[in-house]
Unconditional design. Structure first.
Lengths: 502, 103, 475
């Protein structure tokens, strides 16, 4: 556990904050007030947040402090400021998916993960920016303007959970929730120098997560340290009867053996991506492999060529499911309505105006891939390619306990660098997509800095429900990582140079 | 950015836009034709895969028979729901005229 | 030039609302007649982030329907059927496509004919739209529409028949029987007037004896048995007129207009709508395990075909079909069986129930079977005339009591056989010509003679005894 930087408990991380609040050493109110102070200082520039819920947060914090004072258990995450990606439903609080079509919409219910966080005493401070409907890899597709990378405000934080990642990276909150459909937690985590976990599909309830691609979406966590991201995950994970795709198990224990080390573990470094990624990214993966070997693991390169089917299969399956999930935004029951002489015209105008170009693109390709005459060639084939990816993973996990890979093909790119060509943007997901197709868990751990001083993450992948082992390996990778490679970082309010957190 | 022969015709783009209820200008249709064609090029290797004996995967999960008991639970307050609606009349959601029956 | 005879080919799709307490995918009440938009939640309203969870009871009832229709109950999955319409909260319907729960069954009609059942699958119902400003609540010319989502998400089983039906009358019988089956199965209340049972008819015609099917049209909006018959008859006529004049049928969906009795085209189905079915990712497969099947089978009532068989076993099938039908439709077959069990003669019990008790069906359902049997015995034994017996029965149903007491109170006493003999002798003396024709075997005159005696005795005479007396004097 890191010690508080700048002396403020907010920088202690999830576990330290909770411990301090539960013991009365720090107040939830004090910590939350500091969070909002930092947000006011930095967020005009960074735009991590679409919306802040300061009043409610301070009330909740006061309530936590009162419980502590009265000897009532305030919860495992008592007083921990958390940011929520704005595709998670928050009762009575605007939830927009960074889209014009949902601007102003207030859900009448909380997502299950939000209820669980609240019940654990965590304090939701606001809703973070994302690529519209979680479609994108840079947060530039937000209808409300991009989020900027705290390491360099001329660069993207990654996406689609850019706001959640940057908020942790900038030290504004201790932890945040994101969603990962093709890499939308892990990629921004890597670009922002923080930890991002995508759990096993079905481990975390999707009830209240506004759907993008239902068979791929998973909610996960961000934090500066592996242990803290795991602590948040423990609270939100576990069976939910409101989600039919929720696994039957209760939340697993992830922290017990986190520092047991990697002695004797078999680690496979996926070689198939190394040629397609920038040198700092492949080097980081190699170096992480070497570090694990020094720590006692048996590390080998492994080729899993089916991994390269992932990207094209994903860009059929995800848009197809999205085209159906987003049909409900028709101007009838909630959200934007653009009038028309008849309901069909009203629907068509509402959707054309309410959805941005990337969302429209994906709805179009998805509709096409499912349409009569093309279903077998595209969606049907993609589902079969998915089977091949899953089988390839299963075969690999007979030889290895975990796999290692780069997280992203590049470090944080400049705003606007990839917006001209959608496909170039899609390539950002190369290394992360296979885990979404298989439903297996994966985590990005900040490991090094590139020659420009930008963070590079490394990915640890594990079989289904292998989180405990995966995080154990991740913790070891973290121990060998360059300390300067991870956040939080706080740019000066003028947007000048970065001050690394430590 | 266009490939020599677009994989999707302008008419097909218009047809898809109708299916998806998106009102697009002719310019937007033309742009989409290029973008969708490029994407179809990109995913073509999946289309060409030999998958003769491979079953499709709809779900990564082995679950079956996830069922709930037939017991009434409290539902949403009508006022809350209608408050979010763009147009309401007689406690119902108002829409402009519907041209035909459901397909 | 001979006229071609045409055969009508009909397939029916019946949507049946299941009588569960809650909706298919959420715990909102499944209740007809609630105030608009008061039975809705994030799931059935399709709010962003909501997810469906399948109702166990709906699965059990769907399996019951499958059993009742002799279907194979298979492992099944759900599919999304994608299309935009304001009554669809998600703009897709969760339904079943190529892996439905029940397949390959058959329905046996009362006349013994069989109609194949292709499939019976589970799907969710839509909301209800009301159209304002078009006159008569019709879509055409309406200014705007209003949507109520109370019905959205109610569980349906869609039962698809093979195109084995050959007439409007047979279609009517099929629907009536199917209705009786789903009610007996406890799966639905079958109330067409409340929309619990909705029928779409696929109608085509072809020259009699040809194997190829003609182009079919789908006729929708049939919400009573009468409409079903009228619509099919009209549609068949319409198609025959076109085809016999050398034209061809456009494949389309047509709407039945109650007022004109005509079908009119809604839209051309030149190309079927592209629903882009794909497996529903938010739900997992349903596998018929022992537990589900046992729960489905428990509580399955007695099927109409079995109820018919039981009565036929008692009374035979000669000329009894209509009475049996009436008695079952009114839920009075139990009374007949119980009366026979208490000693009543079966055919008489059936006749009196179908003809007389039926008029007071509700009261008749709580009629004491042994009292009924006793009354029937009095009639059969000649102590009461038919007319008298009917009067006593009416009183028995209305006020209970014992038939003997009622008869005495009403002054019905059996006529002595000597009285009957005397009357018959007088009759023969007064009508010599008719008596001669009677002796020659003229059936019409027999009724006349009997009628005269009944008139003279104001219905008190026992008709059977009179007939016996006449026969005895035939010589």
């Amino acid at each position: 556990m890191s010690e508080a930087r700048d002396g403020h408990p907010l920088d202690g991380g999830v576990r330290a904050i909770a411990e301090a609040v539960r013991s009365g050493e720090a107040t939830a109110v004090g910590i939350v007030e500091e969070a909002f102070r930092r947000i006011r200082e930095s967020d005009t520039e960074l735009h991590c947040f679409n919306l802040l819920t300061e009043e409610a947060a301070l009330e909740a914090a006061a309530s936590v402090d009162e419980s502590v004072a009265r000897g009532i258990d305030p919860g495992a995450l008592a007083g921990v400021p958390v940011a929520l990606k704005d595709n998670l439903c928050t009762k009575g609080t605007e939830t927009t998916c960074s889209s014009k079509i949902l601007q102003g919409w207030k859900p009448p219910y909380d997502a299950t993960v939000v209820s669980r966080l609240r019940a654990a005493g965590a304090i939701a401070v606001g809703k973070t920016n994302l690529d519209e409907f979680a479609m994108g890899s840079s947060t530039e597709n937000s209808a409300f303007g991009p989020t900027r990378n705290p390491w360099d405000v001329t660069r993207v934080p990654g996406g689609s959970s850019g706001g959640s990642s940057a908020a942790v990276a900038a030290g504004l909150v201790a932890t945040s929730l994101g969603s990962d459909t093709g890499g939308s937690i892990r990629q921004p985590a890597s670009l922002c120098g923080v930890v991002g976990i995508k759990p096993t599909y079905g481990l975390v309830s999707r009830y209240g997560l506004i759907a993008f691609a239902s068979s791929l979406d998973q909610i996960g966590t961000f934090a500066v340290e592996v242990g803290d991201a795991a602590a948040t995950l423990e609270v939100i994970a576990g069976h939910d009867p409101a989600d039919s795709t929720s696994l039957g198990q209760p939340a697993p224990s992830l922290l017990d053996r986190l520092f047991d080390g990697v002695e004797g573990l078999r680690v496979g470094l996926i070689s198939d991506f190394l040629a397609d990624v920038a040198a700092p990214c492949s080097k980081a993966a190699d170096d992480a492999g070497e570090a694990l070997a020094r720590a006692g693991a048996k590390v080998e390169q492994v080729s899993i060529p089916e991994m390269l089917l992932g990207l094209p299969a994903y860009y059929i399956i995800a848009p197809a499911e999205a085209s159906s999930n987003l049909a409900r935004y028709d101007g009838v029951r909630y959200g934007l309505r653009v009038d028309g002489p008849d309901v069909e015209t009203m629907n068509a105008r509402t959707r054309a105006e309410g959805f941005g170009p990337e969302v429209r693109r994906r709805i179009m390709i998805g509709t096409y891939a499912l349409s009569s005459g093309y279903y077998d060639a595209y969606y049907g084939q993609a589902q079969k390619a998915r089977t091949l990816v899953i089988r390839a993973f299963e075969a690999a996990y007979e030889r290895f306990d975990v796999l290692l890979a780069p997280t992203t093909p590049s470090t944080a790119f400049k705003l606007g660098a990839k917006t001209a060509n959608p496909i170039e943007m899609y390539l950002s997901d190369l290394c992360t997509i296979p885990s979404n197709l298989s439903g297996h868990p994966a985590v990005s751990v900040p490991f090094a800095l590139d020659p420009d001083g930008l963070p590079v993450g490394v990915q640890v992948l594990a079989p289904a429900l292998g989180e405990a082992l995966m995080l154990r390996v991740a913790a070891t990778v973290e121990a060998f990582a360059s300390p300067s490679a991870r956040g939080p970082v706080r740019p000066r309010p003028t947007g000048g140079e970065v001050e690394p957190g430590g | 950015m266009t490939s020599s022969a677009a994989r999707i015709s302008l008419d097909e783009v218009r047809h898809v836009a109708r299916l998806a209820r998106l009102e697009l200008t002719e310019d937007e249709i033309a742009t989409l034709q290029g973008e969708l064609s490029a994407l179809l090029d990109h995913v073509d290797k999946v289309r060409r895969l030999d998958t003769a004996d491979i079953p499709p995967t709809a779900h990564p999960l082995p679950l079956e028979n996830v069922l709930r008991p037939d017991e009434v639970q409290p539902c949403l307050d009508r006022d809350v729901v209608l408050a979010a609606a763009p147009a309401v009349e007689s406690d119902r959601f108002l829409v402009p005229s519907i041209l035909g029956d459901a397909p | 030039m001979g006229e071609t005879a045409y055969e009508t080919v009909i397939g029916l799709e019946v949507h049946c609302e299941l009588s569960t307490a809650t909706k298919l995918f959420c715990a909102c009440a499944n209740q007809f007649g609630s105030e608009a938009n008061t039975n809705i939640c994030p799931v059935c309203l399709g709010l962003p982030g909501s997810l469906p969870v399948l109702n166990r009871r709906a699965v059990e009832l769907a399996m019951r329907i499958g059993e009742a229709l002799s279907c194979r109950i298979e492992p099944s999955i759900f599919h999304r059927k994608n299309y935009f319409y304001p009554d669809m909260p998600k703009d897709y319907q969760i339904s079943q496509y190529d892996a439905p729960i029940n397949v390959d069954g058959a329905l046996e009609l009362p006349d013994g004919s069989r109609v194949g059942i292709v499939r019976a699958h589970i799907e969710e119902d839509t909301g209800k739209t009301t159209h304002i400003g078009g006159g008569g609540g019709r879509i055409h010319g309406a200014d705007h529409s209003l949507v109520d989502y109370n019905r959205a998400g109610v569980p349906l089983v869609e039962i698809v028949s093979a195109p084995d039906i050959r007439s409007a009358a047979q279609a009517r019988t099929y629907v009536a029987e199917l209705r009786a089956i789903v009610i007996a199965a406890g799966a639905s209340d079958g109330r067409m007037e409340e929309g619990s049972l909705r029928v779409d008819a696929n109608v085509s015609v072809r020259p009699a004896g040809t194997p190829e099917y003609g182009t079919r049209c789908e006729v929708k909006n049939l919400n009573s048995l009468r409409s079903l018959v009228r619509a099919i008859e009209h549609e068949a006529e319409r198609q025959v007129a076109i085809v016999s004049a050398g034209g061809s049928i456009a494949q389309e969906t047509r709407h039945f207009d109650e007022n004109t009795g005509l079908t009119h085209s809604l839209r051309s189905k030149e190309e079927a709508y592209d629903y882009r079915y794909f497996p529903e990712p938010d739900l997992v497969p349903v596998v018929p395990n022992a537990e589900l099947l046992a729960a489905a089978r428990a509580g399955m009532g007695v099927m109409p075909v079995e109820r018919r068989r039981r009565l036929v076993a008692l009374v035979g099938s000669e000329g009894t079909a209509e009475q049996i039908q009436t008695v079952i439709e009114l839920d009075l077959d139990g009374l007949v069986l119980a009366a026979v069990g208490a000693g009543a003669e079966a055919r008489l019990a059936l006749a009196r129930t179908a003809n007389e008790a039926a008029a007071k069906a509700e009261g008749a359902r709580s009629l004491d079977p042994s009292a009924f049997a006793a009354l029937l015995g009095m009639e059969a034994g000649g102590k009461l005339s038919a007319t008298q017996a009917k009067t006593v029965l009416a009183e028995l149903i209305d006020s209970g009591g014992q038939p003997g007491d009622i008869a005495r109170r009403l002054g019905f006493e059996a006529m002595e056989s000597s009285e009957i003999d005397a009357l018959v002798d007088e009759l023969i003396a007064q009508h010599p010509m008719e008596w001669q024709r009677y002796q020659a075997g003229d059936p019409k005159v027999a009724s006349f003679l009997l009628g005269q005696v009944m008139k003279a005795t104001k219905g008190r005479a026992n008709g059977r005894l009179v007939t016996e007396a006449l026969e005895a004097r035939k010589g």
